[in-house]
Write a protein that binds this ligand. Structure first.
Ligand SMILES: Cc1cc2nc3c(=O)[nH]c(=O)nc-3n(C[C@H](O)[C@H](O)[C@H](O)COP(=O)(O)OP(=O)(O)OC[C@H]3O[C@@H](n4cnc5c(N)ncnc54)[C@H](O)[C@@H]3O)c2cc1C
Length: 208
């Protein structure tokens, strides 16, 4: 132990970022990982023995928590692929949604599959999330604050309570505010975007 200044338990991307920055600042860093591969929820694996070329993410598949400022600071070469379309919602009745960068196509699909009211609700949801992103973006690179302090310091006054409710409350209650009619759409947002996180879904394991 005396040969290390810092001991980091786990090797998810947060740990690896910390290890890199600490090591560069001259600290002797030791990273402990219980799995036999590093990377935590961000790593890709090939879990299918009969299709070894098929790669799957074990968790994170969108670059949500690695802001460009951090990539620059780390000076790492991170090859990125744009996922477009980025989302597929099938139903058992043949209806489906394919989300991509083409907003007109998405609008047509959403109205055809679910109706005008759900499209309008989705627009309201996306506008609020855009506003949160814009307000909270700078907080990612600043020292961590509580949810309430983050709201106070970064979020525009009209949306502060909504931000706290989104972070602290029920995703069901949050989605109800936008007037969605389709339970399927609400379930999609609740499960994919509201319930993402290693704590909620269980820490991914290395393949057997
Ligand atoms: C299904 C799913 C989808 C997600 N999608 C996205 C996404 O698209 N975009 C996004 O930005 N984020 C996404 N996330 C969230 C993202 O994966 C996590 O926020 C991120 O991985 C957290 O990184 P971390 O370094 O804190 O920990 P983790 O990635 O959870 O890594 C923790 C590591 O510590 C190890 N460990 C734990 N306990 C010990 C111990 N006692 N001793 C030794 N090692 C230990 C674990 O084996 C693991 O390797 C998703 C998460 C999940 C589960």
């Amino acid at each position: 132990m005396s040969t290390h200044d810092v001991l980091i338990v786990g090797s998810g991307h947060n740990a690896l970022v910390c290890a890199l920055l600490l090591a560069r600042s001259g600290q002797r860093v030791h990273v402990l990982e219980r799995a036999d591969v590093i990377g935590g929820a961000t790593r890709s694996e090939r879990p299918f023995r009969r299709a070894p070329e098929v790669q799957c993410s074990t968790g994170a598949y969108l670059l949500g928590l690695m802001p460009p400022e951090l990539v620059t600071k780390l000076d790492v070469d991170l090859p990125l692929i744009r996922r477009d379309p980025h989302y597929f919602l099938p139903t058992t009745e043949g209806r489906y949604l394919l989300f991509g960068s083409d907003r007109d196509a998405l609008r047509r699909q959403m109205i055809d599959a679910f109706g005008e009211a759900d499209w309008e609700a989705d627009q309201r949801l996306q506008a609020e999330l855009d506003a949160f992103r814009e307000d909270v973006g700078p907080a990612w690179m600043a020292p961590a604050l509580s949810v309430e302090e983050t709201a106070e310091r970064h979020v525009r006054p009209a949306l502060r309570q909504a931000f706290v409710d989104l972070c602290r409350g029920s995703i069901g209650d949050y989605l109800e505010r936008f007037g969605f009619e389709s339970d399927l759409l609400k379930a999609m947002y609740a499960v994919t975007d509201g319930f993402t996180g290693s704590t909620g879904t269980g820490t991914p394991r290395a393949p057997a």
